[in-house]
Design a protein around this ligand. Structure first.
Ligand code: ADP
Ligand code: MG
Length: 711
């Protein structure tokens, strides 16, 4: 966080009590030059030293404060030049030995206090012959103020050679001398409304906690403030987009010459385009799909560019929504582009869309990196001369140098890999601002949606198409593999089909393909030698893949061995068994996605995860999948297990990194900050002078990593 420098806060640290020039040089090592730097160098954690039991009551394995008389100090070598300093401390109930490893100087300091009372904090251990020891000790002579030591003590992040004690002293002095100089950017009434303590008080509390409650309230204040800046930026962004002028797709007047002239409020079903969409698929759209399509069309009709997110669990039918949007764009005379995060996914979309649009004479063109030079050239020409009406590719491809004839709509199918910045970059591509529809392959927790996509309008597909049967999931150890195989065989005997997902051993597609070939060999020459076993991986040619899929779809092959290629788009209702080998190598969200391939038909479906329980983390992942099929529950769990950065990929770090706030723990606070930001922006409150500092800081925040492209 950038903080402006007012005179007192700009004071150099060497002027702080207990720091001096030497201390200042050390503090500089961790980037602390001014009082302000020190104040905003917040503790990493706290030690509660208030509990100071009598020595008799100390329990090994716990951290405790010890108060007693320092009896004897001695140093002894323990070989290879190492030294241990031991100090015996006693009270009326017992004795304990404070142990200091390789800090010979501590012996000399301690000796000065023999016979006097000291107070120490550390972790209690049981040593040789059950003697009580205290390790990792911090201590002070207990001259007068034991309470100053036995309190909730801040622990700061350090680097080598910078003593904790120095940072603590600097922080204490900074708070004491300058704490009140810290300005509060939030207006008084706003703070009261949200129960936020004054900035200076909260900061003081964080460095010098008086109670757990007050400290938690102080932390909450700064977490809220961080969320608020980001959410204001996103809301402003959103408002800016709404004021831009894009394309008004005349969706409702399509085919008016035929139908009676409708008003904007005519029943939404029954319009010619609705009829055409209904005829697009071999199934009836779910209510949720219809609802979301209406949201999308309404956005497309409006002059402001659409900026909408469609969120839905695996298999909820997002592609149909995308197709409906693209059809609308095409019928209004524009091109539509669909971008996928991987080539495989792009190809998959291409084949599916082709099936839908070919019969209607709407040309779908694939822009893939794999294309030969000639095909690529022809695809690019079709994008530019307008012959291609729907263009499908990876986002890398479409972002780079493709010229469009008349691009009106961009659909981003993103499996959460696309940031605000990239979306903005895209938007600035065309002369006319195209509409943007983002589809996230859940699971993404809500707190993420609000951060990553806080500038978007959100529609949720909260209904799965009918005919899905719940999948029963089992977790089996590798030792049970042959038993699992014979159970699969029993199901195959009833006419079911099965997927075998091969272990994820590498991101490298070639190596991964090899792994799939190995598993295919093992199964097709071993237990399942009497069955037809297919093989599918990313290194195969598109045609080969199609043939393999066709054979499996037609029931000619009983088993399909595959890499995560099948994570996307593969849809065979009769396949009701999935075995995931070395399931521990997959992330929770990915396993959920994979599992979505079964449970699509009338048969009872099973997913069997084969994995060792090598760590708590693995156990928790496996157990979560066994326990639930709810994508959002899984998403929250995934976030908790992996942490935000990892979940979203490195590009997203900027938006997801906070100094104080925590997307998992502070999810409710985030909602509150978002709503507050929404109201501030909607009511134009930020123009008032009392919000000037907030506006300034929001700008600073918007300037950092993730929001760079925001004008
Ligand atoms: P996702 O939301 O995971 O992208 P898809 O769009 O790939 O889901 O759809 C999953 C499967 O469900 C596809 O095979 C699709 O044809 C099918 N599907 C989509 N909508 C419906 C529906 N309303 N009724 C029946 N099947 C549907
Ligand atoms: Mg999809």
């Amino acid at each position: 966080m950038t903080r402006e420098r007012t005179s007192g806060l700009a004071t150099e640290v060497r002027f702080l009590k207990g720091v001096g020039p030497k201390g200042a040089a050390l503090l500089e090592k961790i980037g602390l030059r001014t009082v302000e730097d020190v104040l905003w160098h917040l503790p990493r954690r706290y030690e509660d030293r208030r509990d100071a039991p009598q020595i008799m009551l100390l329990r090994p394995g716990r951290s405790s404060t010890v108060i007693g008389k320092l009896e004897i100090v001695r140093s002894r070598g323990i070989g290879r030049g190492r030294v241990i300093v031991e100090a015996l401390v006693s009270d009326e109930t017992g004795e304990i030995v404070l142990c200091f490893f390789n800090q010979p100087w501590v012996g000399r300091q301690l000796e000065k206090y023999t016979g006097q009372r000291v107070v120490a904090y550390g972790s209690v251990k049981e040593g040789y012959r059950r003697r009580l020891e205290l390790h990792g000790v911090e201590w002070e002579p207990a001259e007068d103020d034991v309470d100053a030591f036995a309190r909730i003590v801040p622990v700061y992040a350090l680097s080598e050679g910078v003593p904790q004690r120095l940072v603590r002293a600097a922080a204490a002095a900074a708070v004491g001398q300058f704490g009140n100089d810290v300005p509060d950017p939030l207006p008084h009434t706003f703070r009261k409304q949200h129960g936020l303590p004054l900035s200076s008080e909260a900061l003081t509390e964080l460095h010098h906690p008086t109670s757990d409650e007050a400290r938690i309230r102080a932390r909450r204040r700064f977490a809220f403030e961080e969320f608020l800046y980001l959410q204001i930026a996103l809301q402003v962004r959103r408002q800016e987009i709404k004021q831009e002028v894009g394309i008004s797709f005349p969706i409702r007047s399509l085919g008016k010459s035929r139908a009676s002239a409708g008003t904007l409020f005519e029943p939404e079903t029954g319009s010619p385009l609705s009829e055409e969409v209904a005829a697009l698929f071999p199934f009836e759209l779910t209510e949720a799909q219809n609802r979301v399509i209406q949201h999308v069309w309404r956005d497309m009709e409006a002059a402001a560019p659409m900026n909408r997110l469609v969120q839905g669990d695996v298999g909820s039918g997002k592609t149909a929504v995308a197709a409906a949007a693209m059809l609308a764009a095409v019928r209004c005379g524009w091109q539509a582009a669909m971008m996928a995060p991987t080539e495989i996914l792009a190809e998959q979309h291409y084949f599916n869309l082709k099936k839908v649009f070919d019969p209607r004479g709407i040309p779908v063109v694939l822009l893939a990196g794999k294309l030969g030079a000639r095909d690529r050239k022809s695809a690019l020409a079709k994008a530019e001369n307008g012959e291609g009406r729907i263009l499908v590719g990876t986002h890398a491809l479409i972002q780079e140098g493709v010229k469009f004839h008349s691009l009106g709509l961009i659909v981003i199918d993103e499996q959460h890999r696309f940031g605000v910045a990239q979306r903005m970059a895209l938007r600035q591509k065309g002369e006319t601002l195209p509409d943007v529809l983002v589809m996230t392959a859940t699971p993404i927790p809500r707190s993420f949606t609000m951060t990553m996509y806080g500038d978007l309008d959100v529609s949720v597909l909260d209904e799965l198409p009918p005919g899905r049967s719940p999948v029963t999931t089992y977790w089996r150890r590798p030792g049970d593999r042959s038993k699992v195989y014979s159970q699969v065989e029993e199901l195959l005997a009833t006419g079911a089909q099965a997927y075998f997902v091969c272990p994820m051993i590498s991101e490298n597609e070639k190596i991964q393909a090899q792994a799939a070939e190995d598993l295919h060999y093992r199964l097709s020459t071993g237990v399942f030698a009497h069955r037809k076993v297919g093989l599918l991986h990313g290194q195969m040619k598109a045609q080969e893949k199609e043939a393999v899929m066709e054979a499996f779809r037609a029931g000619e092959t009983a088993i399909l061995v595959a890499t995560v290629v099948i994570e996307v788009g593969v849809d065979v209702p009769n396949a009701s068994v999935m075995v995931v080998e070395d399931a521990n190598r997959f992330g929770l969200a990915q396993l959920h996605q994979l599992r979505g391939r079964v449970g699509r038909g009338a048969r009872r479906s099973f997913c069997i995860l084969i994995s060792e329980g090598t760590s708590d983390d693995v156990v928790e992942r496996m157990q979560t999948l066994v326990d639930t099929t709810d994508g959002f529950v899984i998403a929250e769990k995934d976030l908790r297990l992996r942490g935000p950065g990892d979940l979203m990929g490195t590009q997203q770090h900027g938006l997801l990194t906070f100094q104080v706030a925590d997307l998992v723990k502070d999810a409710i606070l985030l909602e509150e900050a978002r709503e507050a930001a929404r109201l501030l922006v909607a009511n134009g409150e930020l123009d008032r002078p009392e919000w000037a500092m907030v506006v300034e800081r929001t700008r600073a925040r918007r300037g950092d990593e993730a929001l760079v492209t925001v004008s």
